[in-house]
Design a protein around this ligand. Structure first.
Ligand code: NCD
Ligand code: ZN
Length: 346
């Protein structure tokens, strides 16, 4: 007999939708299973002001195919010139749900990010006052810090000082990849949460590098050693409400991935729920999938859990397309490397 699991409709608390033809192609992949998503603002140019976020939100809704429902939860890209009053106004209307901090140069399209943290003090103080979360890309960018150490060093050198200097600031550590990130969340209070991606529950750094280089497993923060992957799996499936799903699904065309200097990002929107059901089943934690994918993030963002549901059914192996076609070129769908037995029906 097939096993079925019905959960509150999930949300994705960290998603890249891009713009234009890419947006039109990837949006249905998310909207098919997810009710809402926190939309990353790292467009070119970035989404910095409330007016830009409103315009981007309109473009997302215009790209949504007829018959699909989806609510984009907008974010602002924090720059050293961000105006605290503009942030407060955009939060007040409900348009903007978080502000995103990229250390300058940390990842794709982060050149406008923050270099001098003293220059964003006014914005952070205002956010603490109004309870608006700060989503943090937690990696230092100093050339002398090894890429595999950049998250742990960021926690000590940047994140902890910011949190101490800004009491009451609510922070989401985005896409944590280390046991250090897990430990830092656990050692703190409920003002600190963390998203965990689907792919970081599956791959470690060997998957990227052993037996040939696999550009479609390259993302930032880069996957770490196996012990870190195991810490992430324990955190995601362990029932602690401070950990929730943020896929970081980040589409790049195959041409931009399979090249001498390939872009960072794994595209996981299409098969994420099927993969997660498999992971939670393997960990004996299927009863916690709903909390991770549908409950914990909503609670952190102080939003209601979705009334709609999603049903997963365990049966014969299900397959997903290896690539999706976009107006900009093909985008490879993340391959978990093992068979998936959970099909998803709305
Ligand atoms: C993201 C992207 O492509 O925009 N890439 C990634 O590897 N995750 C940026 C990011 O979230 O770091
Ligand atoms: Zn991201």
């Amino acid at each position: 007999m097939n096993q079925t699991l019905t959960i509150a409709r999930p949300d994705d608390w960290h998603l890249h939708l891009r713009d234009g033809a890419m947006l039109r192609a990837v949006l249905p992949e998310t909207a098919r299973h997810f009710a809402r998503a926190i939309i990353m603002p790292n467009l070119v140019p970035p989404v910095v002001t409330g007016a830009q976020a409103a315009a981007y939100r309109d473009r997302i809704l215009a790209a949504l195919p007829d018959g699909m429902t989806f609510e984009p939860l907008m974010t602002l890209y924090l720059t050293e010139d961000t105006d605290p009053a503009d942030v407060a106004a955009a939060a007040e209307t409900g348009l903007v749900k978080a502000v995103k901090l990229y250390p300058a140069g940390a990842t794709t399209n982060s050149a406008s990010g923050v270099r001098d943290f003293d220059r964003v003090r006014g914005v952070l103080d205002k956010m603490a006052e109004i309870g608006l979360p700060l989503c943090v890309h937690g990696e230092v960018t100093d050339a002398e810090v090894d890429i595999f150490d950049r998250e742990a060093v960021f926690i000590d050198r940047v994140l902890d000082p910011i949190r101490r200097a800004t009491p009451g600031l609510r922070v989401v550590m985005e896409h944590i990849t280390t046991r250090d990130g897990v430990a830092y969340v656990k050692a703190n209070d409920t003002d600190l949460g963390a998203t965990i991606t689907t792919h970081h529950l599956i791959i470690n750094r060997n998957h990227i590098l052993v037996g040939g280089i696999r550009p479609h497993y390259y993302c930032l923060p880069v996957a770490k050693r196996e012990e870190h992957r195991l810490a992430l799996r324990a955190a995601a499936t362990g029932g602690d409400a401070r950990f929730f799903l943020g896929t970081d699904s980040a589409p790049h065309t195959d041409a931009n991935k399979e090249t001498a200097c390939g872009c960072a990002g794994c595209f996981t929107a299409t098969n994420t729920m099927s993969i997660l059901a498999q992971v939670f089943e393997d960990e004996g934690a299927l009863d916690r999938l709903e909390g991770f994918a549908s409950g914990n993030g909503a609670a952190f963002y102080r939003l209601p859990v979705n009334a709609a549901t999603l049903t997963l059914t365990r049966g014969e192996a299900v397959t997903y397309p290896a690539k999706i076609i976009t107006g900009e070129g093909e985008v490879t769908v993340f391959d978990p490397g093992f068979p998936l037995h959970w099909s998803v029906s709305a």
